[in-house]
Design a protein around this ligand. Sequence first.
Ligand code: FCB
Length: 438
Amino acid sequence: MNRDLAFPPGFQWGVAVAAHQVEGGNRNNDWWAWEQQPGRIHQGQRSGRACNWWEEAEADLDRAAGLHLNSLRLSVEWSRIEPQPGHFEQRALQRYQQILQGLQQRGLEPMVTLHHFSSPLWLAEQGGWENPETIDRFARFVGHTVEALKPHCRCWCTINEPNVYGYMGYLEGVFPPGKSDPAAGMRVIRHLLQGHAAAYRQIHDLQPEARVGLAHNMRILDPARPDAPLDRWAARLLDHVYNQAILNSLTSGRWSPPLGWGPVPGLAQTLDWIGLNYYTRDLVAFDPGQPLCVRRFHAEGAELLDGGYGEFYPLGLYRCLLRLAELGLPMYVSENGLPDDNDDQRPRYILAHLVQLWRAIQQGCAVRGYYHWTLADNFEWAEGWKLRFGLIELDPKSQERRPRPSAALYGQIATQNAVSVAQIERHAPGLSGETTLP
Ligand code: FCB
């Protein structure tokens, strides 16, 4: 009997990237400006040439195709396409057309994200996503972009991770604009969701066959002491605020507190699919000394990921997918990965997460594809070049690349459209015991 874990026919195996993290030379956005400020980025590092995609994305597309992937998630950079308000740069759109044609030629089905954290400087100067006018400006940008790129793309991701954007930029203050203002954070997330809804309509007007969704970051937030009612309360509160309020708002068309109250015209029914970006989990304890009376930490004795990134917790992928399945929509794992310079955890991480993904599919979850974050090490926002998420190691100075062993492993999985028992036995012995293999 073949005990390999087969994925559905046509399953999309991809990698995910974002414009500012790979293109290089994005001088006209808020992130570039942020990188010039002392103390903002790990060791004062900068995106610089990043992975040199603006010049040479094709070289990495060859590498992705060489791994037998059949899909790729990338984003477009608003500040290149609309460098000044209302001025749309045809050369930038042509370059994106060329990149998307490059995907097509290599058998890589594109998923294009329209907003992945970075914004044009002119927009940031006018208040960015705090300003309600940004909703219409985004829709206008989306209209021009989709009109130009629709011959080459049908699967659109409007916005990447509204919760991370709001949290990092407006609570933690580690992304631009570096604020610590919860009310502004909630306003920003509301505007992002309204921007999503406006983009959804705009795209469908221009391309009726488009499939439009959004990438939602979910963390597992478990009570530190499951039998302590206050820990359970704290975990539920945080889970609602971080994971659930956005989903409730999108599905019901009413703001779910703390985002706001009351109906949101046009928000319901604006998802053709939902993307899950899953990385890790936290434990949550009630702690009156902390904001919201909530403290987050890693489980004692848990296997941790590099650079304090979090806990190695593959079951979380299964739990998130089962939860998202309640929306009744097709799903993608639009990001999943880990920082791991020497690749000592990545092969096992990939296999363990794919086993959980496979289990979720067996349970009836309509998952259409998996995008590993990421192809080659890229500029990891405030962490600079410290966290190495790539299947391929990159030296940003010389631009030299060296595939890590997990690149070949992931390539084999994509080729087989299955995880084999032999791969598990070789790279993740013991894994079969933790999960129910057929
Ligand atoms: C996600 C972001 C992506 C990358 C990964 C590691 O939250 O969407 O750009 O930074 O984390």
